[in-house]
Design a protein around this ligand. Structure first.
Ligand SMILES: *Cc1c(COP(=O)(O)O)cnc(C)c1O
Length: 588
């Protein structure tokens, strides 16, 4: 029996909705045949180099991992047999700020601390080095399982150069080691989802097994293609890492048994170099991008230089994890979402039935929740902060990477100061710089120094250290307006904006990623044909947001418009439904 439960342990509230078994969900999405196609021993298998699920001890780096964790939780709630194959990183990276500068420190974690069960060892072969032994740990959560692989030298997520031997070793371990692990626990994938190219060696391992068991290479390729989905999150093929054949000789080929498979992989190299996405393109029939815009613009070429076709499955979120429990209850009471957390047939009319009092009440509870979390966190000076209930709060919470433009609101300090003072507003910033991104270390330091030098900004702009799930959730729930301003065309999807809209909060955004699934976008849009124009548009929209929140009629209108437009996109159950429908067409 599946029971919804909120990830937030501070809330004792729990929904009483129950799903008997997956067949109910399969019926609801018109795929009753799935009852025969997916089972505990033939599950949906999701391969990912990153998962972000701190409750289960695994801390990821960002959006890709959050998505993976949400996908598993949704499968658990819907009783879908689902297995995640992922590394268990024993060392996780954290950020702290001292003297306006980011420093990193690490904390260790072990699978046993999170009640993972030790299963066995699997071996990865490396030319010129002794075999590496990887420990398999398993954890079952309802209809879902984690199969993790782990060893002391595995290192941290993304600790090394993207084209380096260590990263390739991590990918090889996850693919070949994970595949052996599945066999050890008696799981045969009904379908494999490759969450980004880094998991490609799972498909190679499967191909190798088929060929080693006597299947002809071309039949085996057809079989793997039919049963594997490639989910791409990168917009530019050339931005993906490239490896030299000598790296494959050392780390990949020793793990391939079939001479035919090894030969086929060698054939994919050009001038001794290969981007593994070429393997993913060849070995999967079903391919998807993670928003409509992304699927449309991702320009990937196969080896005949034909443009690769990506289907769009926009990322959703596990609403029960990211939305204030009281707001979820409101959605259920009002009939906005059903027991599967799918939008109901008449969700638009049901949303119309939400009142301004409901919205104000949720915002007030949300602010309390945000303050509860901030009391235990640190700003740039190492102090906890408390936001006045009546203050307006903006937030910018995302990885400090150039294309997301965390500095946009700091371009004209007079304009920023004026908004903060006129509307009694505070600005929360959170987001780590990717290790080694020197330009962004500098940007962060410049922003922190600017704040420090100005008494108004020092009082009203708070940089929160060590952005993580807890902060992401709290800011989504308790701020008034979120700022999401990626350079158009560079955000594959993004999901934090979905957390914001689902929590009845205003969104100020450029028309990019999943936000652009709806045209024109249904929020406060940052536009402009030049950088300066975009900066002006951002300030204009910040003014507007403050005015909207000060006016019941306008607030109700804007919040309902956003929610009505984006609820289906936001629903993670909708995402799983889309994947199941894509992977298991009716007349297959
Ligand atoms: C939601 C979330 C993300 C995803 O952020 P985007 O910038 O929207 O892709 C990343 N990190 C954390 C900690 C999150 O909670």
């Amino acid at each position: 029996m599946g029971k919804y439960s909120y990830a937030d342990t501070s809330s004792n509230q729990s929904s009483d909705i129950e799903i008997e078994d997956a067949s109910e969900f399969y019926d609801a999405i018109n795929r009753s045949a799935l009852t025969h196609q997916l089972s505990e021993t033939r599950p949906y298998v999701y391969w990912t180099l990153e998962i972000y699920d701190k409750q289960n001890g695994i801390k990821g780096g960002g959006g890709l991992g959050v998505l993976a964790a949400d996908t598993r939780r949704i499968a658990e709630q819907l009783e879908v047999p689902f297995v995640v194959v992922t590394p268990f990183y024993r060392s996780e990276s954290h950020q702290s700020i001292s003297n306006m500068t980011q420093t990193e420190y690490s904390e260790s974690a072990s699978p046993q601390d999170y009640s993972f069960e030790y299963i066995d060892e699997v071996t990865i072969k490396t030319e010129g080095f002794p075999d590496a032994s990887l420990s398999i740990f398993q954890k079952t959560l309802g209809s879902t399982q984690f199969i993790t692989i782990s060893e002391p030298n595995f290192g941290q997520l993304y600790e090394s150069d993207g084209s380096g031997d260590h990263r390739l070793y991590q990918q090889v371990s996850l693919g070949f080691g994970g595949y052996q692990a599945l066999k050890r626990v008696g799981v045969k994938p009904a379908v494999i989802q490759l969450n980004e190219t880094a998991t490609i060696f799972a498909a190679i391992a499967r191909l190798d097994e088929l060929c080693s068991n006597g299947m002809n290479l071309y039949e085996a390729i057809v079989y793997v293609r039919k049963h594997t989905l490639y989910t791409n999150h990168t917009l530019l093929q050339a931005a993906e890492p490239e490896f030299h054949i000598s790296q494959f000789e050392k780390l990949v080929f020793p793990n391939i048994q079939s001479a035919a498979v090894a030969h086929w992989v060698r054939e994919q190299f050009t001038d001794g170099m290969l981007r593994p996405n070429m393997l993913a393109i060849e070995l999967t029939e079903a391919k998807n991008g993670v928003s409509k815009l992304h699927a449309r613009v991702a320009n990937f070429r196969d080896k005949n230089n034909e443009r690769v076709k990506f289907h769009a499955v926009t990322n959703g979120i596990d609403m029960d994890t990211w939305v204030l429990p009281e707001t979820m209850q409101l959605y259920r009471d009002k009939g906005v979402i059903d027991k599967f957390s799918l939008p109901t047939e008449n969700y638009k009319e049901r949303i119309a039935d939400i009142s301004i009092d409901d919205i104000r009440q949720m915002k007030s509870l949300g602010r309390q929740e945000l303050n509860r979390v901030l009391a235990n966190r640190k700003d740039q000076y190492g102090n906890p902060i408390h936001l006045p209930e009546e203050a307006f709060v903006f937030d910018f919470k995302r990885r400090f990477v150039n294309y997301k433009r965390p500095y946009l609101a700091f371009e004209r300090l007079d304009s920023l100061r004026q908004i903060l003072v006129d509307y009694n507003a505070h600005y929360l910033l959170a987001g780590k710089v990717h290790q080694g991104d020197h330009m962004m270390y500098q940007h962060l330091m410049d922003i922190l120094k600017t704040i420090d030098a100005d008494p108004i900004l020092r009082e009203r702009v708070h940089y929160l250290q060590d952005y993580d799930e807890e902060l992401g959730r709290a800011m989504s729930i308790g701020a008034d307006a979120a700022i999401n301003v990626p350079v158009i065309g560079l955000e594959a999807c993004g999901t934090s904006w979905e957390k914001d809209i689902a929590n009845l909060k205003l969104l100020i955004s450029t028309s990019d990623g999943g936000v652009a699934d709806i045209k024109p976008i249904a929020c406060l849009e940052v536009t402009g044909s030049s950088y300066d124009a975009e900066v002006s548009s951002l300030y204009t929209n910040m003014h507007k947001a403050c005015q909207i929140v000060g006016n019941d009629f306008m607030l109700e209108g804007h919040i309902k418009k956003q929610l009505t437009a984006y609820l289906p996109t936001i629903s993670g159950s909708r995402m799983l439904k889309d994947y199941l429908k894509f992977l298991f067409p009716e007349n297959k």
